[in-house]
Design a protein around this ligand. Sequence first.
Ligand SMILES: Nc1ncnc2c1ncn2[C@@H]1O[C@H](COP(=O)(O)OP(=O)(O)O)[C@@H](O)[C@H]1O
Ligand SMILES: [Mg+2]
Length: 368
Amino acid sequence: MLSEFQETLLQSVKAYQSTQLVKNKYENVLQQLDSGIMLFDSDGVLTFINVQMARLLEIPRHSLIGCNLLQLLRHPHISRYKKRKILRLYRETIFYRKKNHEFVDEYGRYWLATVTYGDQMDGDYLLSVKDVSEFKQIEQTAYQNDKLAMLGKISAAIAHEIRNPLTAIRGFIQLLRPHLVQLGRDEYARIILNEIDRANDIIYEFLNSSKPSAPQKVVISIASLLKEVVLLTESEALMMGCEINLQEADPHMKVSIDVKQIKQVLLNMIKNAMDAIEEVSEDHSGVIEIDARLDGKYVNISIRDNGNGMDKALLGRLFDPFFTTKEKGTGLGLSVSYRIIKNHRGNIHVDSFKGTGTVFVISLPLVP
Ligand SMILES: Nc1ncnc2c1ncn2[C@@H]1O[C@H](COP(=O)(O)OP(=O)(O)O)[C@@H](O)[C@H]1O
Ligand SMILES: [Mg+2]
């Protein structure tokens, strides 16, 4: 039989063991939390630090326990960057009594720090930091998308509104034209009309590009699509003394596309090829080669020219809206083409050498 004293002792030991067990469990949870945690006592001495926080500081945990803030700042392993961040955090949360403080670490990650103290903490200071990089990124993308969408809407509205006065101006210039001819100023009328047409072209292409219209898809064979496109451009090419060679494509290769949109892309690329050929000397015999090849589940349509070609700097800006090297260019053809091809889950690839020529390759998913 146990004496009363022994009984009490045993119970105390058991109680102690179970509290210890619970304590260990809590400590384990805190250690493995994905937020970094630090606890300072009322004298400012660090009594607890978890794995994540030590990782963030890049200092072993055991060498930090028992340090006060000053010792922490003087720690031989702490970087100057971190020192500055800690001082700033101290100033913001303790000095200015802000609840939260956001900072960026040297690797570009965003952290949200929260400091809790006062009655609820029994004099202790709890600092927790959380990696909020992902939220930040989502927030920034959303903001960016919002801005772009808004800009797109405003620009489309403006572009649309500009068209009406342009039409009116065009009409009146035409009415005035006979009078200008009498004055020997027909040249003025011609320039005005040309410039109005150019403005209209820009607006037309812009409105086309800003409308993210879903493709109206039909299944069509690549061979017949290419034939039609070549037919549309052949006469213009002939006039320029430029040859278009279309390689017969396999009639079984079929794609599901918005024919109008893809035609627009191909016509634009052929037009660009002709412009590039025109840039080279007059007697240069220009050739545009078009072919379509099977590439797994895709068809690669290539449009190759022996025009002036492009250097690296130009290649990098090719698809930027409004980027053009032509006096009468709009710089919208390729940016619109890119959007159309992406809408069809395809891709555009370019290879070019200054002075040799260029090849554009459009990949489109095949209909199985
Ligand atoms: N085949 C090509 N060869 C050389 N340069 C090209 C070719 N295609 C496009 N470019 C360059 O890319 C620019 C942008 O083309 P694009 O978006 O179609 O606008 P634009 O034809 O109105 O200038 C052109 O001004 C030209 O400098
Ligand atoms: Mg173009």
